[in-house]
Design a protein around this ligand. Structure first.
Ligand SMILES: C[S@@+](CC[C@H](N)C(=O)[O-])C[C@H]1O[C@@H](n2cnc3c(N)ncnc32)[C@H](O)[C@@H]1O
Length: 340
């Protein structure tokens, strides 16, 4: 059957397959195609704007997968159909770790769910119950429900292997597309601030493009900066990044203006936005992320631009929903360009 697909070099096939699987974008009922040194991964009718760094979007004739194992982790549980339907369809895969959120009434059966995920996800070593992120450092509260070993792992995205520790520093595999989108825009010779960088996926993805850039990555959590340094040490292009372990309120007053600024602190970033916007040079771009109630999204870009008027003239040149955040809100990415 004809379906959309993503054409990726074979060397990156496993990494991209994992990313698509966790975000529900990979069609499990169709076979992966081989085309010389490339693979074509069958896609669900997901977003049309996958970043170019992930691969080339194409259409192909795919064959259906002969039915063998279950298509859903829920089918590995011997539960009645109605109970299985109450389980979440999606989960996150961070390296060898699977993270899932469960409704409180299902928590007494968390071990069954964990064992099912451990069997279902290729290469999974540990399954954690994800109780969300909290505090200034946005640390994830996780509870082991199946498997073994540490919470530290290496996560593959955008051709990188990132050092991640699910417990001690923020990381979300759902931002891979954003990391690649911003990296796609950065040009040779530009300077970049990656504010609230976490383990540094924006900085590393930009550095990996090979275009000469100077990147300053700032985070208040020293554990996050230590993980970024550990990843940088494995890549020659890591030298383009200067990691700084400090709150951005201390970094910003002395910061010179640069061409690109990323601010990814979605619940609290608004309080820093004016001082961050001051560091965007005229003609430069600010990539700002915010959790926005769905009903308020239509006017939000205009409100942001107005709030920045005392700093300079900004316009929203791109706005996108990155992923749902709660039943009534989304994580939204705004690209703001400064004209004066
Ligand atoms: C949502 S995470 C962003 C992670 C990263 N940008 C990414 O794409 O994976 C927010 C990060 O902001 C950091 N943070 C929170 N308040 C901060 C502040 N005032 N100054 C610097 N970093 C801060 C946290 O430690 C956390 O790593």
């Amino acid at each position: 059957m004809i379906a959309p697909g993503l054409r990726v070099p074979r060397t990156r096939g496993e990494e991209v397959r994992h990313g698509l699987l966790g975000s529900g974008l990979l069609r499990a009922d169709l076979e992966i195609l081989r085309e010389g040194d490339y693979l074509v991964l069958p896609l669900t009718e997901g977003p049309a704007d996958l970043p170019s760094a992930w691969g080339q979007r194409v259409e192909r004739e795919f064959r259906e997968v002969p039915r063998k194992g279950p298509e859903r982790y829920r089918d590995l549980l011997g539960w009645p159909e109605a109970e299985k339907e109450r389980l979440p369809r999606s989960f996150d895969v961070v390296g060898e770790i699977v993270l899932i959120r469960l409704a409180p009434e299902l928590e007494s059966r968390k071990s069954d769910v964990g064992e099912a995920l451990l069997r279902f996800v290729p290469g999974a070593r540990l399954v954690g119950l994800d109780r969300g992120v909290e505090g200034t450092d946005r640390l994830r509260r996780v509870e082991r429900i199946a498997g073994e070993g540490p919470w530290r792992t290496r996560h593959r995205e955008n051709g990188l292997e990132l050092e991640v520790d699910v417990e001690t520093a923020y990381f979300s595999p759902r931002l891979a597309r954003e990391h690649a989108r911003v990296a796609d825009e950065v040009r040779s010779g530009e300077s970049v601030y990656d504010l609230c960088c976490g383990v540094g996926p924006f900085s590393l993805t930009i550095a990996r493009t090979g275009r000469p850039t100077r990147i300053t990555a700032v985070d208040a959590n020293p554990e996050a900066i230590a993980l970024l340094r550990a990843t940088m040490a494995r890549y020659a292009f890591g030298e383009r990044i200067t990691p700084i372990s400090t709150p951005i309120e201390q970094f910003l007053p002395e910061a010179a203006a640069v061409e690109r600024v990323v601010l990814n602190l979605p619940l609290e970033g608004i309080k820093y936005l004016p001082s961050v916007a001051r560091t965007a040079a005229p003609g430069g771009r600010l990539y700002y992320y915010e959790v926005v109630p769905r009903a308020e999204l239509p006017g939000r870009g205009v409100t942001l631009v107005k709030s920045l008027a005392p700093v300079g003239a900004f316009a929203v040149v791109h706005e996108r929903v990155v992923h749902p955040y709660s039943p009534s809100s989304d994580l939204v990415g705004f690209t703001l360009e400064r004209s004066g």
